[in-house]
Design a protein around this ligand. Sequence first.
Ligand code: KIV
Length: 282
Amino acid sequence: MRTTVADVQKMKRNGERIPMLTVYDCSSTLIAERAGVPLLLVGDSLGMVMLGYDTTLPVTVTDMERHAAAVMRVSKQALVVADLPFLSYATVDDAISSARRLMQNAGVQAVKLEGGASIVPQVRRLTECGVPVMGHLGLTPQSQHQIGLKVQARGAAEATRLLEDALALEAAGAFALVLEVVPAPLAEAVSRRLRIPVIGIGAGAGCDGQVQVWHDILGLFEGRPPRHAGQYAAIGAAMEDAVRTYATDVRNGAFPTEKHSAQMEAAELTAALAAVTSSNEA
Ligand code: KIV
């Protein structure tokens, strides 16, 4: 049975913390679902971790659709949310057309939009049309050239605006909200004030759930992970070791062995070689 919006909202009412994780393709989805993650995000972070861009800004609806479709080909259990990418929901009509591609073509169950009061008309209309919408406030990477990649809403005025935006998104019909890189006490207060689940990333332990990026929790990239990343494995290093050993084995002839190879009767090969020789001579 697939997790539903109602299930996620019930988890908040029951005080169950909600794990959410990004996935971008079929293998990550199969693993995340086997591990029992109920809420998956096809994040536009795929721009950086899958497509090699520096930011999420170049990501298109076509990129999101292709990755979301790969996820949905194998997903059976989780509630799958996909990001509407930069400038794909500037107007209500844009939002509907982008959500249509992700829900009808790729098959996700919900979409996520970054922004507060200014995108309330989009959130309201999508919700009226039957599209479950997840909000996203705080450090919204699609606006990084306006707001910077730093902790948001540290001061009273900004914190007030964030709470007002959160309440406006809830009133417009958002079923849940991501809060990214805001002070933990503010995130906890917002989580208490809202009826809908608040999923934090870099927002402390007082949120109703947490979301992390696949590559961060698995340690897939070398270098300095974001401060808010929880690293649960060093898969990048393990993969590098495996690939190095494979390349060495090919170079020194240790791979493949007999068990990796198919065999045939010697007489069949002799006959095949003889047939080619005689046809060449004729
Ligand atoms: O795109 C993404 O991965 C996200 C999460 C960081 C919340 O939006």
